[in-house]
Design a binder for this molecule. Structure first.
Ligand SMILES: Cc1cc2nc3c(=O)[nH]c(=O)nc-3n(C[C@H](O)[C@H](O)[C@H](O)COP(=O)(O)O)c2cc1C
Length: 209
């Protein structure tokens, strides 16, 4: 098959976020799984797009066929997402659900990724299971094809580690060791994404041209 591009997107935005370290942890695992399958992995950082709370007048469902975004930040985010064939999103859990920044970034998009496959990788005190579930429901509802395996990376000692996590975005050795034990699950998610990339898109989910 022609080479496909998968974006590995760091979604958290805190200055001392741990999200970039979580993405750096999973990146080589996805990279290795993709290397045999003509799939390129492209790191993308939501922070680079400086998205304000959704401030477009148009409904993203109408872009690009019937309307255009007014703001440069929306056009840049839209263009970045549109250029990939699949996605791995790395998301934190805030307050028993999806972080506001993640939901806001999703609200800017539809046709850019509708029908394309996506893996959800979450992290949090208990692996971010609620955020993962919400991401699956929201993005699945938008017509993306969500890989069944959703790796959830929990901190080994959430209470003991939280000060370092919040102030420095630091992954404790014990957490890293715990996540290394989930390597097979991350590989499984990567294999599912590769499989989904090969399957034709459901015409009912085709982006509005
Ligand atoms: C506002 C806020 C709310 C949080 N709520 C939860 C939560 O509900 N469940 C959880 O597992 N962790 C929660 N945490 C802890 C985060 O999982 C942890 O701080 C993680 O590092 C956040 O990701 P980030 O560093 O990439 O922003 C919360 C952290 C913040 C800052």
């Amino acid at each position: 098959m022609a080479t496909k591009s998968v974006a590995l997107i760091t979604m958290s935005l805190r200055p001392a976020r741990i999200g970039a370290n979580v993405a750096a942890f999973v990146q080589p695992i996805f990279q290795k799984a993709f290397s045999a399958g003509n799939v390129d992995l492209a790191p993308v950082d939501l922070r680079d797009f400086n998205l304000p709370i959704f401030n477009e007048n148009v409904v993203p469902a109408m872009v690009p066929a019937f309307a255009q975004f007014e703001h440069e930040h929306s056009r840049a985010w839209s263009a970045e997402i549109a250029k990939h064939d699949g996605y791995v999103i790395v998301i934190p859990e805030y307050n028993y659900g999806l972080a506001g920044g993640t939901k806001n970034a999703i609200d800017y998009l539809l046709n850019e990724w509708k029908g394309k496959p996506l893996v959800v990788v979450s992290y949090g005190a208990h692996g971010g299971s609620k955020a993962s579930e919400q991401a699956k429901d929201i993005l699945g509802g938008l017509g993306l094809r969500i890989a069944e395996t959703r790796p959830q990376l929990a901190f080994a000692d959430p209470h003991g580690e939280m000060a370092g996590i919040l102030a420095e975005g630091k992954v404790a050795d014990a957490s890293r060791a715990k996540w290394e034990g989930q390597t097979d699950q991350i590989i499984k998610a990567a294999e599912e994404l590769k499989e989904l990339l090969l399957q034709p898109n459901d015409p009912a989910n085709a982006p509005t041209a």
